[in-house]
Design a binder for this molecule. Structure first.
Ligand code: FE2
Ligand code: FE2
Length: 293
């Protein structure tokens, strides 16, 4: 028998469920990040609600103003307050900046001994978010800021594995070195993969369903329910490009190219992929404005 989650369209082995339950209790995001994600899913929320949430965390507010005035946002004139930033950049963009900074501040505090490098993981997350936004703008198939959010959070399961099951990570990395794909290596060592854990935690945390689906299926977009398949395909392509560019979650650039069935619905082909590749250096050039503390 399998245990259903993700509104019944996904199932996990019952032997894994108790461990997922336990991990889901440990795998929490910072308060600001959780509230910002809830606002993202609430159509009744507006810019004022977002301001109230962000201003509850002075450290995030201060960093946000730094980033708003950095090369990453590319504004012509300096901005002095969050309200003006919201007007100039839009609610979704500021929401995503606040989310990125609040999660990033927490992840930077974890130790790195014998495990995945949290700085690298976070750079990968922000790069995939940024490239997802670029692809969404180009394909015009998905709101660019929703694509950023999905890209940013796609590997959240890997962050949680690193934090809470870090002692097992070297065995996963050893398999990876011998050519085994990451999800397969995780299944062999842990009994599950980071996409499953990330989706489960996101589902338990009441993330929007589209986000849960993209986290769940980013390594297998062909299996994603059609309603959220476009966003998932975009993140899968962004994950491929960022990884091949050397900005992967682990120091391994090997990842098979997305198949035609992933590219074609986005209006992409191998030639278009080459164009995106050429745009990558500019797209990710200022990512460190967001990832440095
Ligand atoms: Fe992944
Ligand atoms: Fe990834």
């Amino acid at each position: 028998m399998q245990v259903s989650f993700n509104d019944g369209d996904r199932a996990i082995d019952p032997s894994i469920e108790p461990m997922f339950e336990k991990l889901a209790g440990l795998c929490t995001l910072p308060t600001v990040a959780q509230k910002v994600i809830q606002i993202a899913d609430d159509s009744a929320s507006d810019a004022t609600d977002l301001l109230v949430v962000i201003e509850q965390d002075p450290a995030v507010s201060a960093r946000l103003m730094q980033v708003v005035n950095s090369a990453y946002c590319g504004l012509r004139n300096p901005v002095g307050d969050l309200k003006t930033a919201l007007t100039l950049l839009g609610v979704e963009r500021v929401r995503n900046l606040a989310l990125t900074l609040s999660i990033g501040a927490v992840l930077g505090r974890h130790d790195t001994s014998g495990r995945l490098d949290p700085t690298r993981l976070w750079d990968h997350a922000v790069c995939v978010g940024t490239v997802s936004r670029m692809i969404a703008k180009r394909s015009d198939a998905c709101h660019p800021e929703e694509a950023y959010l999905a890209g940013l959070l796609h590997d959240i399961g890997l962050l949680f594995i690193n934090q809470h099951l870090g002692s097992l990570v070297p065995r996963v990395l050893a398999l990876l070195k011998s050519g085994v794909a990451l999800p397969t290596a995780e299944h062999r060592v842990l009994g599950f993969d980071h996409a499953q854990l990330g989706a489960y935690v996101a589902w338990r945390g009441h993330f929007p369903p589209s986000l849960v689906h993209t986290i769940d299926y980013h390594h297998n977009p062909a299996a994603c329910p059609e309603a959220d398949a476009t966003q998932t395909r975009i993140v899968a392509v962004a994950n491929y490009l960022a990884t091949r560019y050397g900005r992967g979650s682990v120091a391994d650039r090997r990842l098979p190219a997305p198949p035609e069935g992933v590219l074609a619905p986005l209006g992409l082909n191998l030639n278009a992929l080459r164009h995106l590749w050429a745009e990558l250096p500019d797209a990710v050039a200022n990512v460190n404005e967001l990832t440095s503390s």
